[in-house]
Design a protein around this ligand. Structure first.
Ligand SMILES: Cc1cc2nc3c(=O)[nH]c(=O)nc-3n(C[C@H](O)[C@H](O)[C@H](O)COP(=O)(O)O)c2cc1C
Length: 302
């Protein structure tokens, strides 16, 4: 039985499988099917300072190998999360990663303070949401703004801060380095790729928001490429994600440089996807005679 334990900026995970923010809610629905303690960590739905209802529907569109979404950070707000969802999640032996989005750097700071005090294990700073007008992606596409948000988040957190990068940039390495220099403890990537679909009969975009974020198997090679590039350029631990649906995907992303792997869109098609990915990765590691830790960054480029 291979050793599946990994560490993400000092946070010890019993296995490298995390569930991606926004695809797992706060775990309730999935908890009806299996014990959430089976997972390495849960990244909760993106939190904002106050409750948000998200964008108007339709906000999901199908694509040949994934989905487009424009959910727009629907969530109960950070205080309601702490009061109502943390006690539920704390029943399980699983690390809790709070994902946050703000309209201003100060809002990120306030949320970091509250969530640190509430005892989350890690904070994932989302500077990459393509579905909200203010904040989000604006921070993720400009190195100086990404650095500013990182600095404020670090200053107001007592737990490790992981910054989630956007793939909607020309040079992801530039943003990753700016965030590393600003003091981030870890990086997560990738968020969704900005996309669009049109109903040719009505000539209307399928999404009410016109555009949305593409996720699922279609983005997997982009995720592998970006994790690889960022691994080569920074020393920070990486939570890799984007289209992971089976154990071999997790192995590939870890080989490219990820320390742990998040499963997102695959959960919509199969509630057991994270456990299947974990078991497939375990079988691969067993065959190779490797521990999970030893797999990271073992690609041998030509
Ligand atoms: C419906 C939906 C909602 C999402 N909401 C968030 C969010 O609130 N915060 C965030 O950082 N990422 C969010 N994401 C992005 C995912 O966490 C992940 O980065 C992306 O979907 C790529 O992984 P996947 O292909 O495995 O889904 C969302 C993705 C989807 C599909």
């Amino acid at each position: 039985m291979p050793d599946l334990r990994v560490s993400l900026a000092g946070v010890e995970l019993k296995n490298p499988i995390v569930v991606a923010s926004g695809t797992y809610g706060f775990g309730h629905e999935y908890g009806e099917f299996y014990d959430l303690s089976e997972l390495g960590a849960i990244c909760v739905k993106g939190l904002t300072p106050v409750r948000r209802d998200g964008n108007p529907p339709p906000r999901i569109a199908e694509t040949p190998a994934g989905i487009l979404n424009s959910v727009g950070l629907q969530n109960p707000g950070v205080d309601a999360f702490i009061a109502e969802e943390m006690p539920f999640l704390r029943q399980y032996d699983v690390k809790i990663i709070a994902n946050i989005s703000g309209n201003t750097p100060e809002e990120y700071g306030v949320m970091c303070e509250k969530l640190s005090a509430a005892g989350v294990d890690m904070i994932e700073v989302n500077i990459s949401c393509p579905n909200v007008k203010a904040g989000g992606l604006a921070y993720g596409t400009r190195p100086e703004l990404a650095a500013e948000v990182t600095e404020i988040a670090k200053k107001h957190s007592t737990v490790p801060v992981m910054v989630k990068l956007s793939p909607n940039v020309t040079d992801i390495v530039q943003i990753a380095k700016a965030v590393e220099d600003a003091g981030a403890d870890a990086l997560s990537l990738i968020n969704t790729l900005l996309g669009m679909r049109i109903d040719i009969h009505s000539r209307r975009p399928i999404l009410k928001n016109n555009m949305g974020g593409l996720s699922g198997p279609a983005v997997f090679p982009v995720a592998v490429r970006m994790v690889y590039q960022v691994r080569q350029a920074t020393k920070l631990p990486i939570l890799g994600m984007g289209g992971v649906a089976k154990g071999s995907d997790a192995a590939e992303l870890m080989m490219a440089g990820a320390d742990a792997v998040a499963v997102g869109t695959a959960c919509f098609a199969d509630v057991f996807a994270p456990l299947r990915v974990r078991d497939g990765l375990r079988d691969y590691l067993e065959q190779e005679g490797l521990s999970a830790r030893a797999l990271t960054n073992t690609v041998q480029p030509w």
